[in-house]
Design a protein around this ligand. Sequence first.
Ligand code: PLP
Length: 458
Amino acid sequence: MQTKSFVLPKNEIPRKWYNILADIKMNPPLGPDGKPVSPDMLAPVFPMNLIEQEVSSERWIDIPEAVLDVLSIWRPAPLTRATAFEKALGTPAKIYFKNEGMSPPGSHKPNTAVPQAYYNKVFGIDNITTETGAGQWGSALSFACAQYGLTCKVFMVRISFDQKPYRKAMMQTWGGHCIASPSSETKAGREALEKDPDTPGSLGIAISEAVEAAVGDTSGKTRYSLGSVLNHVMLHQTIIGLEAKKQFEMAGDYPDIIIGCAGGGSNFAGLAFPFVLDKMNGKPIEIYPVEPKACPTMTRAPFAYDHGDTAGYTPLLPMHSLGHNFVPAPIHAGGLRYHGMAPTVSQLVNEGLLTPKSVGQMAAYEAGVLWARTEGFIPAPETTSAIAQVVKEARKAKEEGKEKTIVFSFSGHGLLDLGAYEKYLAGELSDFTLEDAEIEKSTEILKNYPTPETIRSR
Ligand SMILES: *Cc1c(COP(=O)(O)O)cnc(C)c1O
């Protein structure tokens, strides 16, 4: 039997996160007055210890023992060679995947939910609010809050709340309180319901509700939490890439190509950032964040200042954005239907350290099904986008007769997304095309905001 999985012993789990802000310069987030946001302006929304991480430029940040205790329920996560998939593709490329589908909620998201719950706890916070679209983030945060005895309130977009009852049941099992958004509990929710009592809801409204519920709690014991995009989220996810580096040493190998699907950018960044550091130091690596053609933030949208949410409550962030009112086609990869991209990932795209790619929904499911039939694990719809890019690279390696080493982030399993597979297998899914005119229209709003500077860090 060939060694397929490289499993780190428990005591080899990384003890520090890698903070890319030590190695790149960024445009600052801006407030409503167009001036940089100061950390204390964020204090009603996030606990100060997380705000400090958000703005820190320390290269290495210690992972607290109490966080490692919980992460070690499923970490270190295996780095596995996809030999059966390679064989099916007839490629000389070596394909490795970092399996983030082994966590209790089934994705990479608890890598940040756990430290976020911990830092809230030690700051004296009792309750966390958040929003969730398809339910992956809400379930990760419910799990994490249960570990530290915090209450968790999740505003779940109405349409998913109705369509995905099992995600809700997961949250409830972990003690989370999941309510449909818009709700009558907040002003933002009541206004949305007044406008349209039958609204399917949106992530934008749900964010507004969750922020309002946190800031509005006068006891001072409630804060809000976000599952992607922000610097501290990317920081927490770097445990993925730091483990992978050690595992490549065990395997006696090193990647030529690194791939991850990117919605807000966090699982991609988690795998890629520790290798970006090597690339800055001269390693010849190709690094590809992959987005859906239906929501082409990095490949077709401008780098601009925009709000992170639809309601415009958040500071202006420097990022690739389709405009905060952009509504992507209803592709099943719900986690990739975000109008913006993490500022850190966006900045690295600008600097040419990352090369963004896009794939269509049909190619993604085709790759996902081939994956399931060879490697066994059924990938999350989001993850299939990364796999589709892996297929392209593996075919290219075959044409060129090159033995490339490819690694990708297997961001989660798809066992709660079988409805989407059912539709694909019944021939009911299709690709969507997005016209230039639509992008021009949705990005019109960005002209109202300041233009970020072109910064070259190196
Ligand atoms: C949420 C999610 C994503 C997208 O979020 P990122 O922040 O871009 O990683 C991708 N894959 C899975 C399985 C997810 O749950």
